[in-house]
Design a protein around this ligand. Sequence first.
Ligand code: A3P
Length: 315
Amino acid sequence: MEIQNHDFDSCFPKVKYWGDIVLYQFQGFWFLPRHLQGTKQVLDHFKPLPNDVILASFPKTGTTWLKALLYSVINRASINQLVTNHPHELVPSLEIQVYGRPVANSPPVHFPSNTSSSTRILSTHIPFQILSKTLNSSECRVIYVARNPKDTIISLWHFENSIYLGQKREPQPLEDIVASFCDGSVIFGPYFDHVLGYQKESLERPEKFFFITYEELKSDPNIHVKRLAEFLGCPFVGEDIDEQVKEVVRSCSIETLKKHEVNNSSDVPSWSRVSYKSLFRKGQVGDHMNYLTEDMIKRIDAIRSEKFYGLAATT
Ligand code: A3P
């Protein structure tokens, strides 16, 4: 059911995020009102098909990169679509693009059509703790990308400032976003619970949930793209496997994608508040070292050790 804007305050706990931006808590996670609206629509209407591929991630952890990679691996014959289509148009977000609009009775399904495969690839930032029943209602496969939380914070900070500075706000103080991140009250946060939900599931059901980190992909993209293709049931075949893999990796690299006009565009898509180009920044591992103080690093590392205790330190 659609929530009216004035109902949010009476239905959900809220927290002031930044300026006049308020987040609402739903099942232990924090949402912008429009994302919560979309999430509820997904929960009410989305029925995954058995061969759907769902990319799940916390914001700013490499979603755009994985969208390009998944699209290329699954639609190898249409890889040139990446030259003229932004990865977010090829792989739409469930709660933002597909179900993100207020609807009357039927969901406004907008699934992409420029594919050479019948497999639908969709993305989501909805935490596993909220989406588990939906995801487990079919044989669909789920890929989760995680990223070092310190680089994630810096990426998020740049991203949010780029959106809201356009609206003539003061830049968000770094100290404030670190504090919000650490206490969990960021968009789709808490980050650590978000990662843990999918990571634990991938350990229990590796045939359905594929967990990868941004850093792993950066360090050896060829190996991991091959693994991804095998997991998806469309392994690379032929005598030139290495060349095919390299071509996918090259086509999806940030350097290549940034060169395409569509990804350099300042246009803001109808479903978003950010320009197409704002999804591509540096794409480096360890950028947090240029920004975070020692004290901030200690605080984040302490929470990471406590939360991820006993699990492989993958991020
Ligand atoms: P930085 O801000 O650290 O540069 P998301 O897609 O989840 O919003 O994540 C955005 C982050 O991924 C940004 O990180 C962005 O630059 C980086 N990114 C986007 N496309 C990429 C690609 N093809 N390869 C590597 N990183 C990429």
